[in-house]
Design a binder for this molecule. Structure first.
Ligand code: F0G
Length: 462
């Protein structure tokens, strides 16, 4: 028998469904205009396929919902907290676990207790809120991605790695004393959803330890990183994704984990720590700003869904089906003539808009133009990762320094879209790729001073 259900099918069927809206082209044009040509300003009921984020957008399982019904909403010491803590401790091995309502709250609490003004946090790549939270405590965020990370066509298996030579240089150099934290983002969401190898994690941990610097994981996609390690890294083929994830946490002094991704839930996160002192400092801040340390801003039913979710997410059949769906979408998109960051990761695909739309210079925001076109032509929502988000602007919102790339992220919610939905996305992109020159550029009309991309308003240039 060559037909194997385990490698061909997602290991679940659908029990509860939600309608998706279909708007005609005129309605989509109107929706985009009133959103100031910013997909973040669209109403969800104006979106047919929503690939804006894989965060908090997944479907829960029957087991998670059954567990949620047992949610204990006691203010302190709820049963749900103990179930959650036990699952997290079993996965991470950390003696201290603090729940928070989402990842960035964990970042704020952790960095507030761990980093001092003037210190440096070194990472393979900080996620945008992580970067913001490092800078909010007066520290500096320094990204040291490996050189192949910026070669989007390279098939190298671990383009999420940190540049170990540069890390060693920084730690041993004149700024070495200022490094207060080494933080590895697994997988590297800021640069193409690329995984980090266990060898790279171990070597970075070793370097940090030799210089007396805490080594932490931003492990929002711990299960997907573990899956890619099991597929791509020599020596790990016989390890379960769970064993790989456990080993990754073991290599670190602690972690901050948004559970809106691999927690298979709409909300939640935690901080994991070995150090009792640091725990005490974080806990004081947590109680003052998030909630008592046995719920941290989460409801008992959230803690229950998460306790089940962090176990389900490491099931090999689930991870295999999810990775295969993303890889198939990448193949369909590439066959339609649109380049994506290679090799395909799991939670998202990154379209190379700069290459597809060479007629649009960076100051016309080709990535943003492609994201808008996907909505205008197909009701598909996604976001740019290019000069609109990362470029430097003058006071009149004119681009003075472009980003090093013009990408569009298609983030794939977990257990939500079927093969047909993804095929439709590839078909819409294929139509755009047949006549890319009809895609118009944009200019900024107004923009906030910080985290520009969320609230910027633009207009198309005919
Ligand atoms: N770290 C990483 C690597 C992330 O991708 C995110 C969120 C966070 C931290 C913050 O967690 O959202 O729970 O506060 N990423 C989402 C995304 C928003 O769409 O990539 P949060």
């Amino acid at each position: 028998m060559t037909i194997d259900p385990v490698t061909m099918l997602p290991p679940y069927r659908i029990k509860v469904v939600e309608p998706i809206p279909f708007l005609d082209a005129g309605q989509r044009r109107e929706a985009m205009a009133s959103a100031g040509y910013n997909p973040f300003n669209l109403r969800a009921d104006q979106v047919t396929i929503d690939l804006l984020s894989d965060s908090g957008t997944g479907a829960t399982s029957a087991d998670q919902e059954a567990a949620a019904a047992r949610g204990d909403e006691s203010y302190a010491g709820a049963r749900s907290w103990f179930r959650f803590r036990e699952e997290i401790a079993d996965l991470t091995g950390y003696p201290h676990v603090l729940p928070v309502h989402q990842g960035r709250a964990g970042e704020r609490v952790l960095f507030g207790a761990l980093l001092k003004p003037g210190q440096i946090c070194v990472s393979n790549t900080h996620f945008d809120t992580t970067h913001a939270n490092v800078e909010l405590v007066g520290a500096q965020a320094l990204d040291l991605p490996c050189p192949e990370a910026l070669d989007f066509d390279s098939p190298a298996p671990f383009k999420g790695n940190i540049d170990l030579d540069r890390l060693a240089e920084v730690l041993a150099g004149p700024d070495g004393k200022r490094v207060g934290l080494v933080l590895m983002t697994i997988t590297n969401n800021g640069l193409g959803a690329q995984p980090v190898s266990m060898a790279n994690l171990a070597a970075a941990a070793d370097l940090a330890r030799r210089h007396g610097v805490p080594f932490f994981l931003d492990a929002a996609r711990f299960a997907e990183n573990a899956w890619l390690v099991s597929r791509r890294e020599a020596g790990y083929q016989d390890w379960t994704p769970r064993a790989i994830a456990v080993r990754a946490f073991e290599l670190a002094d602690g972690c901050v984990v948004s559970l809106k991704k691999d927690g298979l839930s709409s909300i939640g996160a935690f901080i994991g720590l070995r150090d009792a002192d640091l725990h005490a400092r974080c806990e004081a801040n947590l109680i003052a700003t998030e909630g008592f340390s046995t719920y941290g801003g989460l409801a008992g039913h959230d803690l229950e869904r998460l306790a089940v979710g962090v176990r389900e997410v490491l099931e090999p059949a689930y991870l295999q089906a999810r990775a295969a769906a993303t890889a198939r979408l990448a193949q369909m998109i590439n066959d339609a003539g649109v380049a994506t960051v290679q090799p395909a990761g799991v939670h998202a695909l990154y379209l190379n808009a700069g290459r597809l739309l060479p007629h649009l210079p960076a100051e016309r925001f080709p990535g943003h133009a492609l994201a808008c076109q996907l909505y205008l032509d197909g009701g598909i929502r996604c976001a740019e990762l290019g000069s609109l988000y990362l470029g430097t602007m003058d006071d009149d919102h004119r681009l003075v320094r472009p980003a090093p790339f013009e990408l569009v992220r298609l983030a794939i919610p977990r257990r939500v879209y079927a093969e047909e939905h993804l095929r439709y996305v590839a078909a819409v992109l294929g139509e755009i790729a047949k006549d890319p020159e009809q895609v118009t550029g944009y200019r900024i009309v107004s923009a906030p001073a910080v985290l520009r991309h969320f609230k910027v308003r633009l207009e198309p240039l005919r």
